[in-house]
Design a protein around this ligand. Structure first.
Ligand SMILES: Nc1ncnc2c1ncn2[C@@H]1O[C@H](COP(=O)(O)OP(=O)(O)OC[C@H]2O[C@@H]([n+]3cccc(C(=O)O)c3)[C@H](O)[C@@H]2O)[C@@H](O)[C@H]1O
Ligand SMILES: Nc1ncnc2c1ncn2[C@@H]1O[C@H](COP(=O)(O)OP(=O)(O)OP(=O)(O)O)[C@@H](O)[C@H]1O
Ligand SMILES: [Mg+2]
Length: 247
């Protein structure tokens, strides 16, 4: 584990040098992926790393976990409450959709959730520009394979240090790095709506996704769900389709 951590930390330092920036930042949610990334960037850039807490109707418990994550690695933090910004922006967009009779109630929850993720991305880039830092992403191998992230939201980042680590391996890293137990043992959640849990929404488990990625056999039902997610989200991993005048 020490060797893996050293390798990621060296890689992060290399990325800072290559990009010619001053440091690194990450959004800290109180979940395990951002906890691991916060620890790693603090190790890579002890004096030039930052954690950004961005509540949007976020529970006191998750805020407390985010603060404990920051305390556990000693990273500096700022908090930008986006609750009003999201309410105002979503309210304005919805008003327009409703007045033009193009509002679709069945897509509302997801649209609102993805707006939250994209407001967080915009906030991170505003802070990153101010500090001349890179925005560090928290996607792990399971999320990347299934495309379980918002395009240009939490997926809109500069570098991905833990994208080759399964959710199980992220947990091992978290344990090694000293992430608090409350975060280590918590159910993964995008926390984009009341009661959301990743596994409930996906209809499968991280254990099955991890197993499939590692080439192990898993129940047919889970395989179908995971492969369908993978296929549907190909566009999130591929380069942008670009019209070429030479075609
Ligand atoms: N074939 C295609 N080629 C190019 N672009 C395509 C496309 N199909 C859709 N699109 C575009 O992509 C959009 C759909 O993608 P996207 O906006 O990402 O939205 P979508 O994949 O529908 O939803 C995001 C999912 O990620 C989950 N999530 C989000 C954020 C954080 C976390 C977490 O774990 O913390 C999880 C969230 O709960 C939800 O299940 C469409 O609106 C369309 O604009
Ligand atoms: N309230 C928040 N404040 C700051 N950043 C956030 C917040 N919510 C989400 N994020 C950012 O979006 C990323 C994606 O969320 P995701 O839920 O996948 O990761 P996590 O919360 O760190 O771990 P887990 O998947 O176990 O919940 C987070 O890692 C974090 O960088
Ligand atoms: Mg989370």
């Amino acid at each position: 584990m020490q060797k893996e951590v050293d390798q990621i930390v060296n890689w992060l330092q290399e990325q800072v040098k290559l990009a010619g920036v001053n440091g690194l930042l990450v959004g800290i949610s109180g979940g395990i992926d951002s906890a691991v990334v916060a620890h790693l960037i603090k190790r890579a850039c002890p004096d030039h790393s930052l954690g950004v807490l961005m509540p949007i109707n976020t529970s006191e418990e998750n805020m407390q976990d985010a603060k404990e994550v920051a305390a556990s690695c000693g990273i500096n933090t700022i908090t930008v409450d986006l609750t009003e910004a999201r309410a105002s922006m979503y309210g304005n967009i919805t008003k327009e959709l409703k007045s033009s009779a193009t509002y679709k109630e069945e897509n509302a929850q997801l649209a609102k959730a993805n707006l939250s993720a994209r407001l967080r991305m915009s906030t991170l880039y505003t802070v990153a520009t101010n500090h001349n830092y890179l925005v560090v992403g928290t996607d792990n191998a399971a999320e990347w394979y299934t495309g379980y992230f918002t395009k240009y939201g939490d997926g809109g980042v500069d570098i991905l240090p833990i994208v080759e680590f399964t959710k199980g391996e992220v947990k091992e890293l978290a344990d090694y790095l000293g992430v608090p137990d409350s975060v280590l043992n918590k159910q993964p959640s995008a926390d984009l709506w009341e009661g959301q849990s990743d596994e409930k929404e996906m209809g499968t488990t991280y254990a099955e996704i991890d197993a499939l990625i590692k080439g192990e056999s898993i129940p047919e039902k889970d395989k179908e769900i995971i492969e369908a997610m993978h296929k549907r989200t190909t566009h999130k991993r591929d380069p942008l389709p670009q019209f070429s005048r030479t075609i």
